[in-house]
Design a binder for this molecule. Structure first.
Ligand code: CP
Length: 317
C-alpha cells in the first residue's frame, strides 16, 4: 500500500481514509470548516496554491467531485488542467503512466484521479516524483476519501459531535466507495453504531465492515437512527441481469417520508448524489427539511480546498 504521509508526518497523498488517525481526520475537518460559507456569502479566495498546478484526471463521469476540485484549486490560486480523457492520447493507446509522466514534464504538482479500476490512484502515487501529490477522486468500489470527509463534516455541522451517533448506510453498499470511506471515517471519529442496511444481493462481503450491524430491512435499519446515508444503485458496476427493478426497489428499500418517521425526529438525510429519485429516495425527502444533501455538495468544495492546501503546505515544511 502506498504511504500517504511523508517522513515528517504531513499528508502527501490522499488515497483512503482507512488507517488515518482521529487527529488527522479532525485536522482536515477543522481546516475545511474554515472554508465553509453561508449561502450568498462570497467564497474564500486565497493564494496558498499560487504556482501550483493541479490536473484533474477522471476516467469515470463526475459532476460534483470534478467541479469542486477545480473550484477548490482555483480559489486557492492554483493553475488547473482538466484532462478530457476520452479526447486525450489515452484513446490512442498511451498508458496511464506515460500520461502522468507527460503531465509531470509540464510541471503538474497534484494529480486528482478518478478511475473505475481498483488500484489506479495508488499505482499513480507510487510512480510520481517526490514533490508530486495524488488525491483519489473515487477508486472503483474501494474508496472515495474526500467524499468520506465531506460526509463527516456535514454530520458534524448538523449534530455537533460524532460520539453516540447511530448512522444507517442504506442501499447498494456492495458497490459503494462512498460507504467504505464513510465507514472508515465515522468509525475512527467515534460514531457509536454504524448499520449496513442493504438488500441481500447488494450487501458487502461478510468479511467487510467489521464492527457494523447488518440489516436487510430498511425499516429496522433506520429505526432510531440519527443519520441516514442513502446510496445510489451503482448500475455501472452490475451485470444487466442484476440491476434491481426500480419500482420493486423503491417499495422495498426506498426512503419515503413514512419510512423516515421511524428514524429519530431530528435525523438527517444524506445522499452523495447523483440521486435516482423515486428509486432510492422520494423527492419530498430529498428536498425536505431533514435533507442535508445540498450541504454535502457545498462542503465538498471546502473539504477539497482543505486537502489541497494540506498536501501542498506539508511539502514546504
Ligand atoms: N458524489 C460524487 O462523487 O458525485 P460525482 O460522481 O458527480 O462526482
Amino acid at each position: 500500500m502506498t504511504q500517504q504521509t511523508r517522513p515528517n508526518g504531513t499528508l502527501r497523498h490522499l488515497l483512503t481514509l482507512e488507517g488515518m488517525s482521529k487527529q488527522q481526520l479532525e485536522a482536515l475537518l477543522s481546516r475545511a470548516q474554515k472554508f465553509v460559507k453561508v449561502p450568498g456569502e462570497p467564497p474564500t479566495h486565497k493564494r496558498s496554491l499560487t504556482g501550483v498546478t493541479v490536473a484533474n484526471m477522471f476516467t469515470e463521469p463526475s459532476t460534483r467531485t470534478r467541479v469542486s476540485f477545480e473550484l477548490a484549486a482555483k480559489r486557492l490560486g492554483a493553475d488547473v488542467v482538466n484532462l478530457e480523457m476520452q479526447l486525450s492520447s489515452r484513446v490512442k493507446g498511451e498508458s496511464m503512466l506515460d500520461t502522468i509522466y507527460t503531465l509531470e514534464a509540464c510541471h503538474v504538482d497534484v494529480f486528482v484521479v478518478r478511475d473505475a479500476e481498483a488500484g489506479v490512484p495508488g499505482m499513480v502515487a507510487s510512480n510520481v516524483q517526490p514533490h508530486v501529490c495524488v488525491l483519489s477522486a473515487g477508486e472503483a468500489h474501494v474508496a472515495h476519501p474526500t467524499q468520506g470527509l465531506l460526509d463527516s463534516l456535514t454530520i458534524l455541522q448538523a449534530k455537533k459531535k460524532f460520539d453516540g451517533l447511530v448512522v444507517a448506510i442504506v442501499g447498494d453498499v456492495k458497490h459503494s466507495r462512498v460507504a467504505r470511506s464513510a465507514w472508515h471515517a465515522l468509525a475512527t471519529l467515534g460514531a457509536a453504531e454504524i448499520r449496513i442496511v442493504s438488500p441481500r444481493g447488494l450487501a458487502p462481503e461478510a468479511s467487510e465492515f467489521a464492527g457494523c450491524e447488518r440489516h436487510t430491512s430498511i425499516d429496522t435499519g433506520i429505526a432510531g437512527a440519527d443519520v441516514i446515508m442513502m446510496l445510489r444503485i451503482q448500475k455501472e458496476r452490475m451485470a444487466t441481469a442484476a440491476i434491481p427493478d426500480a419500482d420493486r426497489y423503491f417499495a422495498k428499500f426506498g426512503l419515503s417520508s413514512e419510512r423516515l418517521a421511524k428514524a429519530k425526529p431530528d435525523a438527517i438525510v444524506m445522499h452523495p448524489q447523483p440521486m435516482n429519485r423515486g428509486i432510492e429516495i422520494a423527492s419530498d425527502v430529498a428536498d425536505g427539511p431533514q435533507s442535508v444533501i445540498r450541504n454535502q455538495v457545498s462542503n465538498g468544495v471546502a473539504v477539497r480546498m482543505a486537502v489541497l492546501e494540506a498536501v501542498i503546505e506539508g511539502r514546504q515544511s
